[in-house]
Write a protein that binds this ligand. Structure first.
Ligand SMILES: [Zn+2]
Length: 198
């Protein structure tokens, strides 16, 4: 998918995640309140040393923040500007950073951290939810590329690819995926919050 397409779908994921995490609070107060509440939570937690607020607003914000950075991570990790790090330059479009196992390896330590008791410490909470947003967007990137002509490498970088050819990269046909995806991202938190209102 084109860079813009990746950013649009990742932003959708971020906002959808924030709305799901924020739950009732989010639907009552909206995005702007989440922003100011996050700033207040950061102030309370790091300057005052204690916050009595439920950090849902902040968690949702950090998740969305991470998602923006994860939007193009699989592509950027394979760009030549990282060539000076020989180890990273495994390269070629849709190589190592487009394999599902690469992101599985990165996701496992974060999942493990999230289950530790220290996961509620303010600094850890910020790191964790930015990381979770980042990883979620990277997984979405893989899923989105999976639906493009060419697909993604299954096991070996640049090896056999898997995928469903729904759209062609960089063409209007990307909308065939973007539109239903955005609709889904909007619908999920809405129906979680309003389960009986169809
Ligand atoms: Zn890609």
């Amino acid at each position: 998918m084109s860079p813009l397409g990746h950013y649009i779908t990742a932003l959708g994921l971020g906002l959808s995640g924030a709305a799901t995490i924020g739950g009732e609070y989010y639907w009552e107060h909206g995005h702007l309140r989440i922003l100011t509440d996050t700033v207040r939570w950061i102030g309370d937690s790091f300057a005052v040393g204690q916050s009595h607020r439920t950090p849902y607003a902040a968690i949702g914000f950090f998740f969305a923040f991470g998602a923006i950075f994860g939007a193009r991570a699989p592509d950027l990790l394979e760009r030549p500007f990282l060539a000076f790090v020989r180890m990273v330059r495994v390269i070629g479009y849709r190589a190592l950073a487009h394999t599902p196992w690469f992101w599985t390896v990165l996701s496992l330590p974060v999942a493990w951290l999230a289950l530790q008791p220290a996961a509620n410490d303010p600094a850890m909470l910020v790191f964790l939810w930015v990381a979770i947003g980042f990883l979620a967007a990277a997984w979405l990137h893989l899923a989105v590329d999976f639906f493009s002509v060419g697909g993604i490498p299954w096991l070996k970088p640049r090896g056999t690819t898997i995928g469903v050819s729904v759209y062609e990269n960089g063409s209007v046909s990307e909308l065939l995926l973007i539109v239903p995806l955005l609709a889904m991202q909007f619908a999920v938190p809405y129906f979680i919050q309003h389960p009986y209102q169809f």
